[in-house]
Ligand binder design. Sequence first.
Ligand code: FDA
Length: 507
Amino acid sequence: RSADYAPAVVIGSGYGASVAALRLAEAGVDTLVLEMGRLWNTPGPDGKVFCSTGAPDHRSMWFRGRTEAPLATFLWLDVVNKDITPYPGVLDRVAHPDMAVYVGRGVGGGSLVNGGMAVTPPRSYLTEVLPQIDAARMYDTYFPRARAALGVNTVDPAWFESTKWYRFSRISRRHARHAGLRTVFVPSVYDFAHMEREASGQAPKSALAGEVIYGNNHGKRSLDKTYLAAALGTGRVVIATGCRARSIRREPDGSYVVTADRTDDSGRTVETREVGCARLFLGAGSLGTAELLVRARETGTLPGLDDEVGRGWGHNGNVMTARANHLWDTVGACQATMPALGIDDWANPACPVFAEVAPLPMGFEHWISLYLAITRNPERGVLRYDAAADAVRLDWRREQNQPSVSAAKSLFDRINRANVTIYRYDLFGGNRAFADDFTYHPLGGCVLGRATDDFGRVKGYPGLYVTDGSLIPGSIGVNPFLTITALAERNMERILAVDLAGGASPG
Ligand code: FDA
């Protein structure tokens, strides 16, 4: 057991955590970041830091004996998943009884494994889900700040129209248009100029080599290359990797102590650290942050936490589905792994849907159009403490997905009717056309203005803050990381100006 102190501690290193670390450091506050995953910067024997989706190895998943890819089968055959050696790999699938949640593990959190889509939510919807925030400031200041810091760019339309790598998107666009639907280009943190060089053979291939959910070796502006690089560049940030925060308590002087286990590559705990701090920022992601706080409330280490802690969880209405195209509508053997197009039917009053046209790069022609639909789903889950297992369980029932499945079905039935096409039933297991048993977009659990004040300060605990996706009440209508980043920018600006104006100690 070792004891340390830092003026500020940040738990996690995803979007919200990275914003907190950078802005604290810029304000002169020495900051320690605790991240349970690895720093992904060392090539393996194959010369690569990450493995590809097509040939996963131990680097792919977080302590698994076999990969658990979201698309489990092809032609109903279990050909996708592979046996692997357990290791702190980059993608985790946190399985709760009726909902599996995919999350990134490592320095950069979800930015290491995600599809890079940096989408700004419709203003009317942001105002509806977070009415207390000043939307004008969000759209004038914090979204542009987040886009600039994350390195958001868009595909060159001329290249998009001509390249074989986005043929799959153009086919889906044509089919959407036949149904009278609107499509939009989706901004990305993947460097499209790099992608063009990949296509012309001038740069090593990453998005054009099937790399995405197990990490990208090139081209992706993940947080370790943006916010976290800038944070480390201040000289005031230290990132401790392989450090999993287990519990949080408050000392009589108002400071916080985090107990964290440091584990080795086999998962064995090699050290338990206690780190004291004046300010504690929780950026462990929706599930991670809610787990730490629910456990702290229920085990009595932070007994005064609000009843709202653990509530308001949602999966952003995620549903995946796939359509079978006619033989003449080829989608191409070559597909870029970074989505660049979305079907935007969010303005539909009956069932709003924003559906990204997702790639399915298998290296051969399969005539499949794949989509991740984001729907409006009013259902919410609760995170509850299971004392026997010292774990936090997500209380979410399968039937709570029904509004999402109905909305996605209504949109894709329309596309199928207009194009005389059908669904694929062979990809998600269980002979289903809609995969509603997993999410990429966990949100909520410590909702802004309920479990915290309107800037992420945890109610009843001065000096304790939430800075990640758990602040967003279960749904944001588009892919969420840009909103998580912009909201963290907004909250940090206020916290630094008000709470830390006189230094790092809670006043
Ligand atoms: P985030 O989950 O990023 O980071 C949390 C970090 O905390 C992780 O590094 C974790 O290891 C660490 N941690 C957790 N518990 C801890 C503990 N107890 N101690 C120490 N460390 C701990 N979104 C989007 O906008 N566009 C997209 O294209 C996609 N695509 C996509 C694909 C896939 C496969 C996934 C899994 C996800 C996406 N997403 C996405 C979602 C997006 O990545 C996600 O919303 C954000 O990463 C969430 O950011 P947070 O800051 O909330 O936490």
